[in-house]
Design a binder for this molecule. Structure first.
Ligand SMILES: *[C@@H]1O[C@H](CO)[C@@H](O)[C@H](O)[C@H]1NC(C)=O
Ligand SMILES: *[C@@H]1O[C@H](CO)[C@@H](O)[C@H](O)[C@H]1NC(C)=O
Length: 271
């Protein structure tokens, strides 16, 4: 039903979060508009990160907002006050693949726990857990930053995602995207069903994990409504934990280059 958290933020940004917003929507170069440097790929076919093992676990992850630390429950993403939105992203791109996280979503009202795959031309595949509703999680996707229709999201039932760890995965291929909860497919999007492929996410993407306050009183009314109400920071801190991330890159490569401005997967050259 909604915009991606990242796009939504850019639409509703206030001074306080402007910098963060820029970080989250930042595409230093949009390959559909200009010629861009190649994206660094994940060369190994697989990468397994266990965030309980200390700060060295963050080797392939850079913190783009706030502070994220290793704890016995995994990487801790904590909102303690207004404006907090700790986020990490992979220092590599994958070009189709499988991404799985073991996550306990944040508690409270209006807090959004997210796993996002996002490309330089703003293809996006999302998991978004809205803390207000402790029995569901949402899936969403965007192609080339197209937000004109808001019917892409679905809601999936899941038991107490803020109390217990579940496994959330995205299996992304050129023909379809599957969202899985505890290894069970809960949604399939076929290429043709995304505006004949035009809106189908299909370009090399980074993996972003983070939380933000959809219920921040400064957000647009529609965003707060979607988030299930206003966040009261006095009830915090609101913590999301990610125990581990498993990544399989279906096209391991040193780099990915857009050879034209179509944003089509067939235009991407893997080196
Ligand atoms: C964006 O997607 C909508 C359908 O969801 C489509 O009607 C529209 O043509 C698309 N816009 C562009 C620029 O591709
Ligand atoms: C989440 O909040 C509810 C209501 O305040 C509380 O009962 C529960 O213990 C909290 N869960 C966690 C994991 O903090």
């Amino acid at each position: 039903m909604t915009l991606s958290p990242f796009l939504k933020w850019s639409a509703t940004a206030v001074a306080l979060v402007a910098q963060l917003c820029a970080a989250q929507t930042y595409t230093s170069c949009n390959p559909l508009k200009e010629t861009c440097p190649a994206d660094a790929g994940l060369v190994k076919p697989t990468l397994h990160t266990v965030f309980t093992s200390g700060q060295s676990a963050f080797k392939h992850w850079k913190t783009t907002s706030g502070t994220v630390r290793s704890t016995s429950l995994g990487a801790e993403f904590s909102i303690k006050k207004q404006g907090d939105a700790p986020t990490i992203e992979s220092d590599f791109y994958i070009f189709f693949g499988y991404v799985e996280i073991k996550m306990r979503a944040a508690n409270g009202t209006g807090i959004i726990s997210t796993l996002v795959l996002e490309s330089d031309d703003l293809d996006e595949i999302d998991w978004e857990q809205v803390s207000t509703f402790d029995n569901q999680i949402q899936t969403n996707y965007f192609g080339k930053g197209n937000t004109t229709s808001y019917d892409r999201a679905t809601t999936v039932a899941v038991s107490t995602p803020e109390e217990i760890f579940h496994t959330y995965a995205i299996n992304w291929t050129p023909s379809q995207i599957e969202w899985l909860v505890d290894r069970r497919v809960v949604r399939t999007l076929n290429y043709a069903d995304a505006l004949d492929g035009e809106n189908f996410p299909q370009t090399p993407s980074r993996i972003k994990i983070g939380i933000w306050a959809g219920g921040d009183p400064n957000n647009a009314e529609g965003t707060i409504e979607w988030a299930g109400g206003e966040t009261n920071y006095d009830d915090g801190p609101f913590n999301m934990y990610v125990k581990s991330v498993k990544v399989i890159n279906y096209n391991p490569a040193k780099s990915y280059t857009y050879t034209d401005k179509t944003g089509s997967y067939s235009s991407i050259m893997a080196t």
